[in-house]
Write a protein that binds this ligand. Structure first.
Ligand SMILES: [Zn+2]
Ligand SMILES: [Zn+2]
Length: 305
């Protein structure tokens, strides 16, 4: 089969759109989509200092690669990477190495921070202490550290590798949990509670399906560590939702986009309600928190007792 836009051989059929893509047109299309997401939502502006949360997986590697490609010649935009080492033997140690060599190859400055050094324990240790719920705790610790370090390093934006699939999973999970207020986190620039210590987050890949993100990394020879944190088994619901959405997409191509669009309409309403929401400061660590002591400080205390 030939590419729908030239005579080259097709490497990908986008079934929700009906077009075949050769390597060149596929890459061009993804780049164009990401640029459009950035410009229409004003994700990046003159004077921005962008921290990319880089795990070494395909999505965050693509974000780093694309932002570097788009902005490396722009003297008004600065870019650097933050990598968090949660301490998962046989998994994160390998991806940190991949991440280090990729940053070096691109010439992007990288800062690595570990749970062990920052919190005093690794996720390997945490999972032994907590019988369940460590996947959620890991997420909380990671977001906390990324925000804190990005701010301390002077970042004005924190870019993450969330794809369309990640967004759709979050949409369904928020509905299942009855937590519609969390819809404010959906979209290319999630609305955070008001606190001067929060670094605004941006998701340049929010309209890119995960399978296309993987193909993009493969055709561009972007080295990445395969997905599959060994502790993801702890997050049963997300796994189920992922499978459910993949099955829906198979029988009804493009359904991820319509789900995202529907949620986006709700987000507008929720954001209006949320605007009044202020958040206080943790009395222990000084980071933003909805309670007097933040979840991270609470966790550290729980583990040391
Ligand atoms: Zn082509
Ligand atoms: Zn705290």
């Amino acid at each position: 089969m030939n590419c729908s836009f030239c005579k080259q051989e097709s490497i990908y059929f986008r079934n929700y759109e009906g077009h075949h893509y050769c390597e060149i047109h596929f890459v061009k299309n993804i780049e164009k989509r990401v640029k459009k997401t950035i410009s229409t939502n004003k994700l990046i502006e003159k004077g921005d200092r962008i921290a990319v949360a880089h795990s070494g997986g395909k999505d965050s590697s693509n974000v780093l690669y694309l932002l570097n490609k788009i902005f490396s010649d722009n003297p008004n935009i600065e870019l650097f990477a933050i990598t968090i080492d949660e301490g998962i033997k046989g998994y994160r140690d390998k991806s940190v190495k991949k991440s280090e060599s990729f940053c070096k190859k691109l010439g992007v400055k990288q800062h690595v921070f570990s749970f062990k050094k920052e919190f005093g324990f690794t996720i390997d240790q945490l999972s032994k202490k907590l019988k369940s719920g460590y996947c959620g705790s890991c997420g909380i610790l990671k977001r906390y550290l990324l925000n804190k370090k990005a701010r301390e390093l002077g970042a004005t934006k924190l870019a993450t590798g969330h794809t369309l699939d990640d967004e759709c999973q979050s949409i369904i999970m928020n509905v299942l949990r009855g937590d519609l207020l969390r819809f404010v986190r959906i979209g290319p620039m999630p609305l955070l509670a008001m606190h001067q210590k929060f670094v605004p987050r941006i998701k340049p890949l929010v309209l890119i399906p995960e399978n296309e993100s993987e193909l993009f990394a493969l055709v561009n020879n972007i080295p990445f560590h395969p997905k599959g944190c060994p502790y993801a088994v702890d997050n049963v619901l997300r796994g189920e939702v992922e499978e459910f959405l993949n099955n829906l997409e198979k029988c009804s191509p493009g359904i991820r986009y319509s789900l995202y669009e529907s949620a986006h309409k709700i987000v507008t309403f929720v954001r209006k309600k949320f605007k009044t929401g202020k958040i206080s400061t943790c009395e222990k660590c000084g980071e933003p928190s909805s309670r007097s002591v933040c979840k991270v400080c609470e966790l550290i205390e729980k583990l040391s007792s």
